[in-house]
Design a protein around this ligand. Sequence first.
Ligand code: DAT
Ligand code: MG
Length: 138
Amino acid sequence: MMQTLVLIKPDGVRRNLIGEIISRCEAKGYSVAHLVKLEPSRALLAEHYLEHEGKPFYEALMEFMLSGPVVAIALEGERVIEGFRSLAGPTEPTLAPPGTIRGDLGRDWGTKVVQNLVHGSDSEESAARELAIWFGRV
Ligand code: DAT
Ligand code: MG
């Protein structure tokens, strides 16, 4: 069965939105295969965000992701990779359509890095890579 990596970022955890976000995934019909709340190391985050190294927002992104606990979820179901991206909505919460996680629950807080509550893998290759980083072989 297909899986994707979902992260509830520190803003989502701080705002007590873990249940709300997981509810939306489950209501859509996807299942939580694995779940852990943790404070990731800089090394783990550097591996996760390899593609963004060197970008102007990279350091702010790392600081934000290190600012508190996150929840990592292996979410499961047919076409769940694209399905979760659709549930999450586009990167910019200001422009994300109502009905999406980022559109309903997020906004611009004037920070250097966009705080948008969730991460979702963007392809089968990313999902395999990211699930291995966060969950190893489980
Ligand atoms: P997504 O999370 O929608 O896949 P991404 O992978 O391009 O977006 O970027 C990772 C995160 O970095 C994103 O969730 C928010 C932040 N980010 C992306 N582009 C940004 C930008 N131009 N300015 C500030 N933060 C940005
Ligand atoms: Mg991405």
